[in-house]
Design a protein around this ligand. Structure first.
Ligand code: N01
Length: 885
């Protein structure tokens, strides 16, 4: 329906209806910037705000000690350099009053208040399919009819009820940190209880302790807190910003967290104990949450062991400060990895427990039984109380959105119903079935895992840019498709499985609200990658959105914006940026040199019990080998391993990190064979060497520390081809006995027209033309159907049990699957792993493609099973992304 007709409907039962292009709910950081951008883009707009002034979270959270915990120079608007020049923060971490003054300053500077309806609570929102508009109903004042409806309500705005019996009976004063009285509270001479030790509790407790006659802190879960070392903005950061403001801001936008810190590359186990301690002490001294969360070592956020090192350091610090050992022990977190729950920045928090007027009650040992008229009673004691401060947190991420109830979308569906199993969204920005509805920093976007100021600006810019582009193109409606939304959920899950967030019960996962559906709600893939995905959606013709308008043809480019695993996407993105010439253009030796250089830059392999080398007898002469032995006492079963490289590249060391990783996971010996390469040694040199090497190793098993008897074979890519061929030759030539074969993305056939060859011809590192080059160098066309290079053409009955892994975005995918199917049809026990979102190199890029861990866990289980060993315990050192494995 055209707007002119809609405008004719000017009233409903509540009175005249306000007509605008865009209605915004909230006048905090997000709402203010939205108003500014919408106005500049020529949209008529109104912001509906429950409070009587701007500020959002900084309006409500006025408790003692409230401050930001991202450095203020980073926690600011960046859209207008003149605004940046016009405001100077007084401290590294500004107080709530100063931040509120800043937001008031921004509202005045851009004259935003005239479009804000204060003291206006939105009660419901209804999509009118015929009018293609939203009707927003408010508790007071006129309803609003708008083309687009944007929730800028913040992630932590709906306080959570205390859920403790007897609160209503309490006759003393009750305060919530999230709804603190504007006139302050006089706590002098009073017996105060604080319930909750999240950021709000930890910030307020030291100041409350200074005022109260006695403070009793009721702690359910101890949290990690770090000293803020507040003061003037640190010179190093301030100088960086002053030196190149635009560059600094841009780095923040492209960073993982919205604060410009580099990606750490050193992993914890590469650093000595002294180096790790030095890094930790430096971070502790900085008083910077983002720094300590990202800059210690690369595996701190993805590996429980790398993470545990930090937990130990922090517990040590707590022990140094808190004098009473029982209190210190109670304050030490043990139930979650550092960073999996939001850590806090504090000023004198732990030292506060040394004060004579402060008592800590550990609710894990003595839960609260009830609150009476004048006390709080636990299993063990009753504490007389005059004032209770609830610092019990929020119904985070979804609470403020579903507080508008119902939000009724297309077909009468309510958002609360649609989210009954958890918040679903496309990009954390929109929801299928809710046309023209947007959320700023909604669940499914980086939001609370980032510097909110940066994420808010990115969302606002994206939404307003798209609304302007739609208007320009004549579209009235925009709506996410179900397919795009489902794809986003999958990608969200893939990102979350890379992190340790699933190992903690937190408001990130909804675990803090009884009955709330649990799942990691923020997007864990990083601010920069997220931004590039949003931009990609636009550059691919509003991928995943349905667009319609009165005088234009409807448009829908449906699809999933990210199908790769998140770390694979990053690796491929980096490779694409390097803009390398095709590998085959280097020539064989040039390509070998390039690979050696490339491998030198990867993370070193993890330690194993011992690494040795030697020479074995190949088909036509000696061949080098590398031996990886587990740290446990032998003898161990032996896996004969063949590296990848298209029969042309690589050597016995080129898959070193993978061999080490698998040696550790399987507790078996890996012998990596340096077989001969083409073009110097063409077909069947590599195949015959593979067989000969296996025979030699089996015969010398005891000598090299292995278990006598059957060996196992494994290989990746062309190495997988050699492993498969070796099994056929061993069957046909009377041994050696092979107990099982692990084939990872193997070459199995010389047919190049399977769909995977076409679908993944370019863009995934192993290209179709590179494979053609490999084949040409190794094998004349007349020989290609020989089972010694195309094992799929051979007889597959009577082969050892197999585990065959293939990757979705690999030209070799379908021939790997075909081999598995052929083996299964011939009665060979075969297990398949089809790795979704992975490319040819994913599973061997140890400590780079972290999402490959679960595949390696499965491969290790298979090898152990083939060798007749019991299932391995997950041993310390390998629980990279424990969640993933
Ligand atoms: O809330 P929280 P918050 N009985 O959920 C406990 C941001 N923020 O307001 O962990 C007893 O973190 C609960 O215990 P448990 C920041 O992102 C930023 O402190 O569920 N205890 C927990 O200890 C932060 O993470 C700043 O076992 C109960 C506490 O209450 C987020 O807001 C400042 C309980 C709640 O901690 C939320 O922080 C403040 C019960 N029934 C906040 N229910 C800055 O510095 C809950 N608890 C920018």
């Amino acid at each position: 329906m055209p707007d002119s007709m809609v405008a004719a409907r000017t009233s409903d039962s509540a009175g005249p209806i306000q007509q605008v292009d865009v209605a915004v709910v909230g006048a905090g950081f997000a709402g203010l910037y939205l108003l500014h951008r919408l106005r500049k883009a020529g949209f008529s707009t109104v912001a509906l705000e429950e409070a009587d002034d701007v500020g959002g979270t900084w309006y409500w959270n006025r408790y003692p000690g409230a401050r930001c915990d991202i450095q203020t120079i980073d926690y600011s608007y960046t859209f207008d350099p003149e605004l940046e020049a016009a405001w100077t923060w007084s401290e590294k971490y500004a107080t709530q009053p100063e931040i509120l003054r800043y937001l008031g300053f921004v509202a005045d500077r851009y004259d935003l208040r005239r479009d804000i309806r204060f003291k206006t609570r939105v009660t419901k929102a209804t999509w009118d399919d015929a009018a293609e508009r939203w009707l927003i109903t408010t508790a007071n004042g006129p309803s609003v009819s708008c083309r687009h409806y944007i929730m800028a309500t913040g992630c932590l705005s709906a306080p959570k009820p205390p859920e403790i019996d007897g609160v209503k009976d309490f006759k003393g004063e009750i305060y919530f940190t999230g709804r603190w009285p504007h006139d302050g509270v006089d706590l002098a001479g009073k017996r105060v209880a604080v319930i909750g030790t999240g950021s709000s509790g930890i910030q307020s407790i030291p100041l409350i302790a200074e005022q109260a006659a006695h403070l009793t802190v009721f702690q359910r879960t101890p949290n990690f807190a770090l000293p803020a070392h507040n003061g003037p903005a640190p010179a190093d950061r301030a100088n960086l910003l002053q030196g190149d403001r635009a560059g600094y801001r841009e780095q923040a936008r492209q960073s993982m967290t919205g604060v410009p810190y580099p990606q750490q590359t050193a992993v914890s186990w590469q650093l000595s104990e002294a180096e790790r301690r030095a890094r930790f002490e430096e971070a502790w001294g900085k008083g910077d949450l983002v720094y300590i969360l990202t800059q210690l070592w690369a595996d701190q956020g993805v590996d429980v062991d790398g993470n545990a090192l930090i937990c130990d350091f922090i517990r040590e610090k707590i022990g140094e400060v808190v004098k009473d050992p029982d209190t210190a022990a109670a304050l030490m977190p043990h139930d979650h990895p550092f960073g999996a729950k939001r850590p806090c920045l504090d000023t004198n928090y732990y030292a506060t427990y040394n004060r004579p007027n402060v008592t800590l009650v550990n609710l894990r040992q003595e839960p609260i039984k009830a609150i009476t008229t004048d006390s709080i009673t636990t299993d063990k004691r009753s504490v007389g109380i005059d004032v209770i401060v609830f610092a019990t947190g929020f119904d985070a991420m979804t609470g403020a959105i579903t507080a508008v109830h119902p939000i009724t979308g297309r077909g009468g569906k309510s958002l609360s119903d649609v989210w009954a199993h958890g918040p679903e969204s496309y990009l954390g920005l929109t929801v299928a079935g809710f046309p023209n509805f947007f959320m700023i920093t909604g669940p499914g976007s980086p939001s609370v895992l980032s510097n909110m100021a940066v994420s808010i600006e990115q969302h606002v810019d994206w939404v307003v840019d798209q609304l302007a582009a739609l208007r320009q193109a004549g579209f009235n409606t925009i709506e996410a498709t179900e397919a795009a939304q489902a794809g986003w959920a999958k990608h969200m899950g893939d990102c979350a499985s890379l992190t340790l967030h699933r190992l903690a019960n937190t408001w990130y996962t909804g675990a803090n609200v009884p009955g709330k559906v649990q799942g990691v709600m923020p997007y864990c893939g990083g601010v920069g990658p997220y931004r590039s995905i949003c931009d990609e959606v636009v550059s691919r013709g509003m991928l995943g959105f349905k667009l319609s308008g009165p005088n234009v043809a409807a448009q829908c480019n449906d699809g999933e914006v990210v199908r790769l695993q998140p770390d694979v996407r990053l690796v491929l993105g980096m490779l694409a940026q390097m803009n390398l010439p095709p590998l085959e253009s280097f020539g064989a030796q040039g390509a070998r040199d390039f690979l050696a250089q490339f491998n030198a830059a990867r993370p070193a392999g993890r330690p194993v019990g011992a690494v040795g080398d030697g020479m074995l007898q190949g088909a036509e002469g000696p061949l080098p080998y590398k031996l990886y032995k587990p740290a446990t006492a032998g003898p161990h079963p032996i896996v004969v391993y063949f590296h990848g490289g298209g029969w042309v590249l690589g050597d016995e060391l080129s898959d070193d990190p993978f061999c080490r990783d698998m040696c550790r996971r399987t507790d078996m010996i890996f012998v990596s064979v340096g077989y001969r390469h083409a073009p110097e040694h063409r077909f069947p040199a590599a195949a015959e060497d593979g067989y000969a090497a296996t025979k030699w190793i089996a015969a010398h098993a005891t000598e090299i520390g292995g278990t006598p008897g059957p060996v196992l074979v494994a290989g990746w890519s062309a190495g997988g081809n050699i492993a498969a061929v070796t099994c056929q030759l061993a069957r046909d030539r009377g041994g050696p006995e092979i107990a099982g074969q692990l084939l990872i993305c193997p070459v199995t056939d010389c047919t190049f027209d399977r769909p995977s060859y076409n679908d993944n011809a370019t863009g995934y590192f192993l290209t179709r033309s590179l494979m053609f080059w490999f084949w040409d160098l190794y094998c004349a066309p007349a020989d290609r159907t020989d089972p010694r290079v195309s094992p799929l053409r051979g007889r597959v009955e009577g082969l050892p049990p197999a585990f065959i892994a293939t990757c979705e975005f690999d030209p070799l995918r379908d021939e790997g699957v075909a081999y598995a199917e052929a083996l299964a049809a011939a009665g060979v026990a075969v297990e398949q792993l089809k790795a979704r979102g992975h490319f040819h190199s994913s599973l061997t890029m140890v400590d780079v493609v972290i999402t490959g861990v679960s595949a390696r866990v499965q491969m290790a289980h298979a090898l152990r099973r083939f060798a007749g060993l019991p299932e391995a315990q997950t041993s310390p050192g390998y629980r990279i992304a424990a969640a993933a494995s």
